[in-house]
Design a protein around this ligand. Structure first.
Ligand code: SAH
Length: 352
């Protein structure tokens, strides 16, 4: 790839207004921006030359000024349950993974927002190799555009920011992506079908509450009180358990949206009687959703998932204490679809 191409701005990093400003600056009519958006976001064009209703000269000018780079697919693995895992590579050889999850009622795309992760949760493969960089908006939305084009059998209905990285640590690019997903002139996906998952960056949760968006917020809780969360999630030393719950209550109050907590089930660690009581105490009177996620084995950690019976017993105990939770069974196990697993395996394989 030429040096020039590497330095070009990707058109998918621009809002409609920014694209329209650029077009005006080169002497074009602003409505061309809407046409270009239609080609990219509605018709899935991967090249300016395919934009047939634009004058030839403009197509050439666009290709000279802006990039519309495809992602390189290193792997696309289909699991027995049809969950499909893609490993993408960017121009600087950084890789991320994206998962397409079809179920009977919906099809979800799980996207990554950073190459690697800073937060080092003690059960997650994404943090093992550390953090490399934030993804641009074009790289985040590019994952969705690619999957839509290459998995037409499963048109997606939902998007979750639950791949590698911490979305609220790449706030501007994630918000830009959400606006493109949500915009009628771009992908036109209802905000309620978009979920941001965070390890609990409190100031950014507060900021998100002010954006006037109807997106779903999921918070990775995983610990049942401050001490247990400190052990599993180092981020808790900075943004403490009690303050996090308080910020979530405030988010729900301000936005009128229910918050979902994600809570990992690790044998002898997170599903004891004490854990159930502590969760019930901290969440008392809070109308929230709770997803229990069985721990998905990652070689570097010594944890084990509980047995099915233990999981059900924990869920029942929580319900007795007033916390209504659902167990989210893992999908795509045979293709390493737990967070960061595929990318991590790829890095190990290429590090010798
Ligand atoms: N950084 C964000 C989003 C990425 S992780 C966050 O922390 O929420 C998406 C979800 O998968 C999180 O709830 C995360 O804690 C969970 N997860 C990570 N590793 C896991 C594993 N080995 N087993 C089960 N869930 C895991």
């Amino acid at each position: 790839m030429s040096q020039e191409n590497v330095l070009k701005k990707d058109v998918r990093d621009l809002t409609l207004e920014e694209l329209s400003d650029y077009l005006v600056s080169i002497g074009e009519k602003p409505f061309r921006a809407t046409q270009i958006f239609e080609w990219i976001y509605k018709k899935g064009a991967a090249d300016f030359s395919a934009m047939r209703n634009l004058p030839q000269a403009l197509r050439k000018k666009l290709a000279a000024d802006l990039a519309l780079g495809p992602l390189t697919v290193l792997k696309a693995e289909v699991a027995l349950d049809e969950t499909t895992k893609f490993l993408f590579e960017f121009r600087d050889r950084e890789t991320v993974e994206t998962v397409l999850i079809p179920t009977d009622t919906r099809t979800t795309i799980c996207i990554s927002t950073q190459a690697g992760c800073k937060f080092g949760c003690k059960f997650c493969a994404s943090g093992i190799g550390g953090w490399s960089r934030n993804l641009d908006c074009s790289e985040i939305i590019g994952q969705i555009l690619h999957v839509r084009e290459h998995a037409k059998k499963h048109p997606f209905s939902h998007v979750v920011f639950m791949g590698t990285g911490e979305p609220l640590d790449n706030y501007e690019n994630v918000l830009r992506t959400i606006r493109l997903l949500n915009s009628q002139k771009a992908m036109n996906i209802a905000a309620r079908r978009i979920t941001i998952s965070t390890c609990g960056i409190i100031p950014q949760i507060r900021k998100l509450a002010q954006e006037g968006l109807q997106v779903e917020l999921a918070v990775s809780l995983h610990g049942y009180n401050n001490d247990s969360r400190n052990i599993l999630m180092p981020v808790n030393r900075r943004y403490k358990f009690d303050e996090l719950i308080a910020a979530c209550r405030e988010y729900a109050r301000k936005t009128g949206r229910q918050v979902t907590f994600e809570y990992i089930l690790i044998r002898n660690v997170t599903c004891s009687e004490v854990a159930a009581k502590e969760l019930a105490r901290h969440l008392a009177g809070f109308e929230c959703k709770m997803n229990l996620i069985p721990y998905n084995r990652v070689e570097e950690f010594e944890h084990e998932p509980p047995t099915k019976l233990e999981m059900l017993a924990f869920k029942t105990r929580l319900a007795e204490l007033g916390v209504h939770a659902t167990i989210r069974m893992p999908r795509g196990r045979d293709v390493g679809a737990a967070c960061g697993q595929l990318r991590h395996q790829h890095k190990i394989a290429n590090s010798v």
